[in-house]
Write a protein that binds this ligand. Structure first.
Ligand SMILES: [Zn+2]
Length: 254
C-alpha cells in the first residue's frame, strides 16, 4: 500500500521551482480552494480549451455555472506554471481510476489546466516539457508513480477529451523517467545553472594554477592521493561531475 500525502499541497510552488520550472504565485493561493484535501493520490491533466493569455482567469474565478477555483495549477504555453490554489478545486467531475475514489477525485488529486485551444495541435515543446516535469515533481513529492498521472479523458465518464493530442502512455513513460531521474534531458534553467557553475569554477582554476589538483579533486586527504570530491558536486570530482553534465548535454541534442 502506498503512503499518501495528507493535507493541502502548500508546497506546490517550491516543488515546481526546485524542478527547474518557472512559477507565478497568485496572491492568496495558499488559502484558495473549496475546503481541504483528504489525501493526495495523483495528478489529473486537462486543457483549458481556450488558448489565450487570460485562460487562468476562468480557472481562478470560475464560470457563471461553476465557482472557482477550477484547478490548482495553470500551465502557460511558454511552460510557466501559475499556482492558483492549494485547496480542493472543481475539475475532475464524475469518473474513476484505479486507486482513486469513484466520482470523488477532486478531494484527492491535483488538477493542471494547460492552456490550449483544445484541438491537440497547439502544444509548444516548452509546455509539454514543463507539463511532464511538473507532474513528475508533484508525484515524487506525494510518493506516487506515473501510474497516477492521468488524463481527464481517461478518468471521466462524462465524455471529456482533454488533454487532446497527448499520448498518455508516452507521457507517463517520460514522467516516470523524470521521477526516477533517468534519461531526463535538462531544462533551460538547469543548463543556465550549469553554465554559471562552469564560469564560477574556471575563474579560480585559471587564477591560481597551484590549486588545480585541489580544485579538480576535492580537499580531503589530497596529500595521501585520495580525493573526496566536492560536497557541492555530490562528492564527485570536477571531472566526474563534468562527465555527468556532458552525458546529459548529449541527450539534449536528440
Ligand atoms: Zn478537464
Amino acid at each position: 500500500m502506498t503512503m499518501s500525502w495528507t493535507g493541502d499541497p502548500v508546497w506546490l510552488a517550491d516543488v515546481l521551482r526546485e524542478a527547474g520550472l518557472r512559477v507565478i504565485e497568485h496572491d492568496g493561493w495558499r488559502d484558495r480552494g473549496h475546503g481541504d484535501f483528504a489525501d493526495l493520490r495523483g495528478v489529473l491533466c486537462h486543457h483549458t480549451a481556450g488558448g489565450g493569455t487570460d485562460d487562468w482567469r476562468i480557472v481562478q474565478y470560475g464560470r457563471p455555472d461553476l465557482e472557482g477555483p477550477l484547478a490548482q495549477l495553470v500551465l502557460e504555453r511558454d511552460g510557466t506554471f501559475r499556482v492558483i490554489a492549494a485547496g480542493v478545486c472543481w475539475h475532475a467531475g464524475r469518473g474513476s481510476w484505479p486507486g482513486w475514489p469513484t466520482n470523488n477525485a477532486n478531494y484527492h488529486v491535483i488538477g493542471i489546466e494547460a492552456v490550449s485551444r483544445g484541438d491537440g495541435t497547439d502544444w509548444t515543446p516548452a509546455q509539454l516539457d514543463a507539463y511532464k516535469r511538473g507532474c513528475a515533481a508533484i508525484l515524487r513529492r506525494i510518493g506516487r508513480t506515473a501510474d497516477d498521472c492521468v488524463a481527464h479523458r481517461e478518468y471521466s465518464t462524462e465524455g471529456k477529451i482533454d488533454p487532446a493530442g497527448i499520448d498518455m502512455d508516452e507521457f507517463r513513460r517520460d514522467v516516470q523517467a523524470f521521477i526516477d531521474g533517468e534519461d531526463a534531458p535538462m531544462s533551460a534553467a538547469e543548463v543556465n545553472q550549469i553554465q554559471d557553475f562552469i564560469t564560477a569554477f574556471c575563474g579560480p582554476i585559471g587564477s591560481d594554477v597551484k590549486d588545480i589538483r585541489e580544485q579538480l579533486c576535492g580537499q580531503s586527504q589530497r596529500d595521501a592521493g585520495q580525493y573526496a570530491g566536492w560536497p557541492q558536486l555530490g562528492n564527485r570530482t570536477v571531472v566526474d561531475a563534468l562527465a555527468d553534465i556532458y552525458t546529459r548535454l548529449q541527450r539534449l541534442e536528440h
